[in-house]
Write a protein of this length. Structure first.
Lengths: 237, 105
């Protein structure tokens, strides 16, 4: 089996090359410090498997996979165990290794890759299972770009005239849409409309006082009619 | 406080001393660079970028066998994502410990 390594960290690449040298049936064809170089290489070469870091500047491992029409098998490597769930939404990802990687664990990943067949996509660029939307993502249109937002990361949606402000853990977005429209896209299990202008992620509540709720640094009014539903959702002692 | 060690590198090298020297050499070059970028970002209150830097540094913390420090770094990374610097002093102490260790090998 041949493979390439994509990781912006020199130390990580050196370690993986060393570990691969202990697995006779594995050949490391090339190593890349960024995904752009790797895309060029993949356009011209057949590769059985990619050992791919998730956290890279500018272009994450997931972004990289999305750019490939027919990606080879991918083994993800990361220091973040929390991304495993997202990883397995992709057909091409056969394993998920948490750094520091050991030889037995890497051998197991290659073994899994041997046993896994991945579906080839004939048309389109979707490599995620079923569709690009897995139920955890919301795509919003900003300046003709569709930007993916991880739904659980949204903590507040605020209506402002013809626009809504979508606030997430990392970034805020202003979108030309309505609260009613986004309400239909958000899971009821996580989100609650607490006021005609606000939808909150109930998991992100810090505290509740009288007719307001503190969520991150925002104090959000709770209307009288929505308060009973909010109280019903709380795990009250 | 736990001390850095080369157990992981030695277990991975399979006794290949040339590789051990090579990987230590790479860490000696890469670690100060990553540390420098982290201090720049944390000094500028650029918490998101600093969280990315901490994420990268976590790998080297684990390579040097600092398991408890890894957990502290993990918490600090989460705090930075939430724009909190809680855990900064402890994390900086880990970097200091690693710096000292790398100077001895």
């Amino acid at each position: 089996m041949n493979c390439i390594i994509i990781d912006d960290e020199t130390t990580a690449r050196a370690i993986i090359i060393q570990l691969c040298s202990n697995i006779p049936r594995v050949t490391v064809l090339e190593e890349f410090s960024n995904a752009i170089q790797a895309i060029k290489y993949l356009n011209q070469n057949d590769v059985d498997l990619i050992l791919l870091d998730i956290h890279m500047p500018d272009f994450t491992g997931f972004d990289f996979i999305q750019t490939l029409k027919n990606p080879p098998k991918v083994v993800l490597m990361t220091s973040d165990a929390n991304l495993a769930l997202e990883a397995f939404e992709y057909d091409c990802i056969v394993d998920y290794l948490v750094k520091p990687i050991t030889l037995p664990r890497l051998e197991k990943a290659f073994h899994k890759a041997d046993l896994t067949r991945i579906k080839r996509v004939e048309n389109g660029v979707s490599v995620k299972k079923n569709t690009l939307s897995t139920g955890n993502d919301l795509y919003i249109n900003i300046d003709r770009r569709l930007i993916k937002i991880d739904i659980p990361s949204i903590y507040l949606v605020e209506a402002k005239g013809d626009y809504i402000h979508v606030k997430t853990e990392d970034q805020n977005y202003t979108v030309h849409s309505t609260l009613k429209k986004i309400e239909g896209k958000l899971p009821d299990s996580l989100f609650l409309k607490v006021h005609r202008s606000y939808i909150i992620n109930v998991n992100k509540i810090i505290d509740i006082e009288d007719n307001s709720v503190l969520i991150k640094k925002d104090v959000i009014p709770v209307s009288r009619s929505n308060r009973p539903e909010l109280m019903k959702r709380l795990n009250l002692l | 406080m736990e001390q850095p060690n080369l157990s992981y590198i030695e277990s991975m090298s399979g006794g290949n001393e040339a590789f051990e020297k090579k990987i230590i050499g790479i860490i000696k070059v890469e670690f100060p660079e990553e540390k420098h970028v982290y201090f720049e970002n944390i000094g500028a209150n650029n918490f998101k970028a600093a969280a990315e830097n901490v994420h990268k540094l976590k790998h080297k913390i684990s390579i040097l066998g600092l398991e408890r420090s890894y957990a502290l770094a993990d918490d600090f990374e989460t705090n930075l994502k939430n724009e909190s610097t809680t855990g900064k002093d402890e994390f900086d102490a880990i970097l200091h410990l690693m710096t000292d260790f790398l100077e001895t090998i």
